[in-house]
Write a new protein. Structure first.
Length: 281
């Protein structure tokens, strides 16, 4: 599932290419994948591309937006005669000819460019929304983990009185947005905090360390470009992705970098959770 760094990477890559482009046509190949009026978007020009949590917002010049969520298997791939960029769930569609059998929406842009929305499992979507509707959704979200406004004091306050597991609390979008399962597991290991501890049991210094590690793992993920087409095409397999440098995620049975203990896997809140019993208290 694309996490915040992958989504941020897509946004940074699309921004210089699609801003200023006009939407000439939208071909909806799967009704469920595109919700809203085509009339509201065809003929409009893209003003900006931005990310909030894991939402991608393509803002148009007519007070409408295309709000995109990739969910489990979504991809956005921009193709012109000279460029091919994008990202999301890594599959052969990154490099194969498009459209493919997983292409759900094709947005034709000026200068003969196309933006493909591919999605194997069809949980992702593109929705046409007014500026007010987007604002309403964004207002429900806590600030991004990597925002300067998310301080140790802010997080400590949010955790008080909450007996849910700390891992679930830091993944709760109303507390702060953008920490998915991979990064939550890693941040907790690097901060040496057990994922099942009640949120309210953390001391202020523990919260400060956990937040610092949360920001660091996400920034590392962004620096590594999440999963990108360039990595797919120019480097063997998916090397260079954050998945190859995780602290604990996907490393069951291997040695903990903090203490040399053995990493184990448990279920917590229904999600596979990796931890080291040796150093995470
Ligand atoms: Zn350890």
């Amino acid at each position: 599932m694309p996490e915040l760094p992958e989504v941020e990477t897509i946004v940074r890559r699309l921004q210089p290419l699609v801003v200023g482009s006009t939407i000439e046509q939208v071909e909806v190949r799967k009704e469920k994948s595109f919700q809203g009026s085509l009339d509201a978007v065809v003929g409009a020009t893209m003003l900006s591309v931005e990310r909030r949590a894991k939402f991608i917002r393509l803002q148009l010049d007519n007070n409408y937006n295309l709000l995109v969520h990739l969910k489990m298997t979504g991809q956005l791939i921009y193709v012109s005669s000279t460029t091919r960029v994008g990202g999301g769930h890594p599959t052969a569609d990154w490099v194969d000819e498009l459209p493919s059998k997983h292409t759900r929406v094709i947005i034709s842009l000026s200068k003969s460019a196309q933006l493909f929305f591919n999605d194997q499992r069809i949980f992702g979507w593109i929705k046409v929304m007014s500026d007010d509707e987007v604002r309403f959704i964004f207002d429900q979200l806590g600030p991004d983990v990597i925002d300067a406004s998310v301080t140790p004091d802010y997080l400590y306050e949010k955790l008080q009185g909450r007996s849910i597991a700390i891992k679930q609390a830091i993944m709760d979008n109303s507390v702060m947005s953008g920490l998915g399962n991979i990064y939550a597991c890693d941040a907790l290991n690097r901060a040496k905090i057990h994922p099942a501890r009640p949120a309210k049991s953390l001391s202020k210094p523990e919260v400060a360390e956990l937040l610092s590690q949360s920001k660091q793992v996400l920034e590392l993920g962004i620096k590594l470009g999440g999963a990108t087409i360039e990595h797919f095409m120019h480097i063997d397999g998916f090397s260079g992705r954050y998945q190859d440098v995780t602290a604990v995620y996907g490393r069951e049975g291997e040695a903990c970098y903090n203490c040399g203990g053995t990493i184990s896997k448990i279920k917590l809140g229904g999600r596979g959770t990796y931890l080291c019993e040796g150093c995470q208290e």
